[in-house]
Design a protein around this ligand. Sequence first.
Ligand code: SF4
Length: 351
Amino acid sequence: MTSHDAGVRHINIPIFVPHMGCPNTCVFCDQRRISGTIAPVSAEDVKETIDKYLAASSGEDYVEIAFFGGSFTGIPRNQMTAYLETAKEYLDMGFAHGIRISTRPDYIDHEILDILKKYGVRIIELGVQSMDDDVLAISKRGHTSKDVIKAVGLIKGHGFECGIQIMPGLPGDTLKKSMGTAKKVVELAPSQARIYPAIVLKGTEMEEMYRNGSYTPLTLEEAVEWCAMMVPMFREAGIRIIRLGLHYSEFLEDSVVAGPFHPAFGELVEARVILDRIIGIIEEKGLKGLPGIEIHTWKGALSKTIGHNRANIKALKARYGYGRIRVGECDLPSGQIRVFALYGGDKHERN
Ligand code: SF4
């Protein structure tokens, strides 16, 4: 079974492994603050978590064990292998089908990759954050874009699937730099990506920078706009977007000081991607200055085509002065939109 088989439900078993002794000082990271509140994870805890999720699985699902939350390959070696040994038992028994880990680009080398291979890890996600060396330096990441290029080469060379995480809006970032990062990510051709706009969390150096005025986070509108420009670039390159924005939790909400945090961030971005596509079609096909338009979208995309609180409809009416906009789901391939002219009540086949 693979994670892409049609009709197979994908179950992700998340195991949060905080990197308590991390020697790095990334300005956005709150691990130092939370290190006193989260107990270290034992191999026994890993087993308990896996068993809990498996109990709720049908047995027909594609089950993936995902170690996230820190720099997995930077934790003490015996602890890392203890986690992997536990996970591999489930692979060997056929109860799980894949293991994924996330780590820093400079914590990847041949030796580490050989260990990960031995334990059946399939996907390695890299916390890249930016491909701009100034942004990386100001954010005190402690690695450069060259480290990313080297790590991706090693990961792919060892036959792993590679994922990349980026964080638009870090200190020193601009729209141009973020688009440069997206372009370089496309060149690196990972199979998947997560986009997390930078959020100011309690207890981080970025909070101090925000409070003393040396850092201004993106607004929600900016973050949505930047991400909506990146998403089509990645999709056109065949890079699957597996996450847009941080997962909502009460703990996270309590930790947010400032920045573009929204519980439905991904939906806002998807709606914006569709709005940009509709605008592109209107401009291309000369559908401006009409009484109205009719939009056909693919099945399941009606609400994101209309937008949160009808935001897309309002934006199109404000921009083009349409009196009437009809939206309907049709038998279109996923991601495809059609726009037709409306004169009075009738659709006119101008597109
Ligand atoms: S984000 Fe930076 S500081 Fe935080 S755990 Fe990862 S490497 Fe360490």
